[in-house]
Design a protein around this ligand. Structure first.
Ligand code: SF4
Ligand code: MG
Length: 325
């Protein structure tokens, strides 16, 4: 199928002693083959939980997950293990959970061992090939992972993710810890690898410019829900949801063609609310400059507007405010 990955109405609730936390509350998204879907939002919006659910590192409370037409919630443990080869993740600090005394050969070779893809001399050859794909090489094989800079460590993390020859890579804040110039290099590497290998990405970041650069389609998350979804460029040049508008106006735009124009930077209003105690109605209403009476009591439906965009906001309800009463 043209769609590689699909999530329908994903819900993830965590129970703590005092609260039920709706970390993810009805998220749907689909990633076409060879394309990138971006997920953007502040911390606490549920982005990383979506990442973990997508790869079944966490089980959803309800919803559907499909990968290459396969129902991920019905496969056996064994089938899931085989599927895991085809879905990888790159974290913000991909080597952070590994022993710093591990050599690059073992960092990148480990998935080859775990999935019994290659060992011995064959594994060394494959690791060299993977390192070359990410701009490193045989000279790096026996270095320790802690000897590398942030950007190089990220390249090693990407090589490790590529080891099993995946179709989907989830990038969870993969460049967030890097300097802007190094970020650009890693993003361009990811784009080149996508073109070369036909990879699909779920690209998660809090940085709008980074998501805009990478994603064909962007989903904006707020407290466990997708509030706006649309084509990467139009979503940012013409944001419709008040939260997307706030995010866009808070970020200096990267637009060389409009260099002369004066841009206002507006700090986001208010603190993001907590997922353990979300506001009633539209979760965004305490921070929304356009909130109406119904916003406090009634969760907005998802409205489809022009150019395929969807917006979860009462402002786009064709029936208007009165319909909510
Ligand atoms: Fe603002 Fe109401 Fe729209 Fe929520 S539904 S974003 S509070 S206008
Ligand atoms: Mg996160």
């Amino acid at each position: 199928p043209a769609v590689l990955f699909e999530a329908r109405d994903l819900v993830k609730r965590f129970r703590t002693r005092r609260h039920t936390v709706h970390a993810v509350n009805g998220v749907s998204l689909s990633i076409p083959r060879g394309r990138t879907v971006g997920l953007v939002g502040e911390s606490g919006s549920g982005k990383s939980t979506v990442a973990r659910l997508a790869l079944r590192l966490l089980d959803p409370t309800s919803g559907e997950l499909r990968f290459d037409g396969i129902d991920l919630l019905r496969v056996s443990r064994r089938e899931m293990r085989a599927l895991r080869r085809r879905m990888q993740i790159v974290f913000q600090n991909p080597l952070g959970s590994l022993n710093p005394r591990m050599r690059v050969l073992n960092v990148v070779g480990e998935p080859l061992t775990v999935h019994r893809i290659a060992k011995g001399r064959q594994q060394v050859d494959r690791v060299v090939e993977l390192l070359e794909k990410v701009g490193l090489g045989a000279a790096d094989l026996y270095k320790f992972s802690h000897q590398f800079s942030g950007g190089q460590a990220q390249r090693i993390g990407i090589a490790r993710a590529l080891a099993t020859d995946p179709d989907l890579i989830v990038c969870d804040e993969a460049v967030s810890a890097l300097d802007v110039s190094v970020q650009a290099q890693v993003l361009n590497l990811l784009k080149r690898l996508q073109a070369e290998l036909g990879l699909s990405y779920l690209f998660i970041a809090h940085d709008l410019n980074v998501v805009r650069y990478m994603a064909d389609e962007v989903c904006v998350m707020y407290l466990g829900r997708i509030v706006e979804r649309g084509d990467g460029d139009t979503l940012f040049t013409d944001p419709r949801h008040p939260y997307t508008q706030m995010l866009v106006s808070a970020v200096p735009e990267f637009a060389p063609e409009r260099e002369g124009e004066r841009r206002h930077r507006v700090a986001p209003r208010g603190e993001p609310a907590s997922p353990s105690n979300p506001p009633s109605g539209c979760h965004f209403h305490p921070r929304c400059p356009k909130a109406m009476a119904r916003c406090r009591t009634e969760a907005p439906k998802v409205h489809r507007i022009e150019d395929g965009r969807t917006v979860a906001c009462h402002l786009y309800d064709p029936a208007g405010e009165a319909s909510g009463k």
